[in-house]
Design a binder for this molecule. Structure first.
Ligand code: ADP
Ligand code: MG
Length: 273
């Protein structure tokens, strides 16, 4: 490896550092099928540190499956997946590759923050408890350390006054912001967002997008599956259009969204705009 550089994001924790110029997330010819259905058909992606990739594509095109593969929630049937220079779900030893154990997988996943369409907060825990759980269990932080960090993160997402609220007492937008704080508490090197605003009432979408814009500005590496074209225009470094399990077009938003080359991209954009 060439000379290493410090972790890319202000939220990034200790861990392996990637060599200069290496992508934070790399996929090469990733294939995934369920039964006889090819869901991903050779996906190639590279997302560099501090960059935001917006993943567009119609429902069923494979966006969630791709994100779940990057986070090792699904195992691809073939191809290469790397996050921060490490093979996802695998480790090498003695010239061979081995599947990670559950514990190793858990630690690897901790570096890959994921925010889902449904917020998936623990209903019986307060906002603060939802955010401290992972750092205490997985990172081994003391209660005091975890709470101090959770308070800082909940403040950052605008929820300073909701630390002791239960999910049922929070709006969808507030719950999603707790979910973002919870992911950040694990000091991820990359954040994956799977349609984070599509379950929200329209008036709550902006507050969640604002938090995500702020994160991008601060240098978090992000992959965001969304239909929010305005967000893509403003925040994305790269837009990738997934259709039928392949990336049919990708490039800067000023090209891909303004003058798409592919007819299918044009058709998709005309539906979501
Ligand atoms: P998107 O997020 O773009 O809507 P998905 O990745 O959710 O797309 O789904 C892509 C395709 O894979 C769909 O046809 C879906 O039905 C199928 N699929 C996703 N997960 C599974 C699964 N666990 N078992 C079988 N088929 C699945
Ligand atoms: Mg999906």
């Amino acid at each position: 490896r060439a000379k290493a550089q410090p972790a890319a994001s202000p939220e990034a924790g200790a861990g392996p550092v990637h060599a200069d110029g290496e992508p934070m997330v790399r996929t090469e010819q990733v294939w995934k099928w369920f039964g006889s259905t090819d869901v991903l058909r050779g996906v190639d992606l590279a997302v560099h540190p501090r960059q935001t990739l917006v993943l567009l594509g119609p429902s069923g095109s494979g966006k969630s499956t791709l994100l779940r593969c990057i986070n090792a929630l699904e195992r691809p049937d073939s191809g290469l997946l790397e996050v921060d220079g490490q093979r996802v779900g695998l480790r090498s030893g003695g010239g061979r590759l081995y599947q990670l154990t559950e514990g190793e997988l858990c630690r690897q996943r901790a570096r890959i923050g994921m925010v889902f369409q449904r917020f998936n907060l623990f209903p019986h825990m307060t906002a603060l408890e939802n955010v401290t759980l992972g750092p205490r269990r997985v990172l081994g932080l003391s209660r005091e350390q975890a709470e101090a960090e959770a308070e800082r993160l909940l403040t950052r997402v605008g929820l300073r006054d909701k630390l002791d609220s239960y999910p049922a007492q929070l709006s969808g937008g507030q719950q999603q912001r707790v979910a973002i704080a919870r992911a950040l508490a694990m000091k991820p090197h990359v954040m994956l967002f799977d349609e984070p605003t599509s379950a929200l009432d329209p008036e709550l979408v902006g507050e969640v997008l604002d938090v995500m814009k702020d994160l991008a500005r601060q240098g978090m590496t992000m992959i965001v599956a969304t239909h929010e074209i305005g967000f893509a225009k403003e925040v994305a470094d790269t837009v990738a259009m997934l259709d039928g399990g392949v990336i049919i077009e990708s490039g800067p938003p000023g090209e891909c969204l303004v003058a798409p080359k592919e007819e299918r991209t044009r058709a998709f954009l005309s539906k979501v705009l």
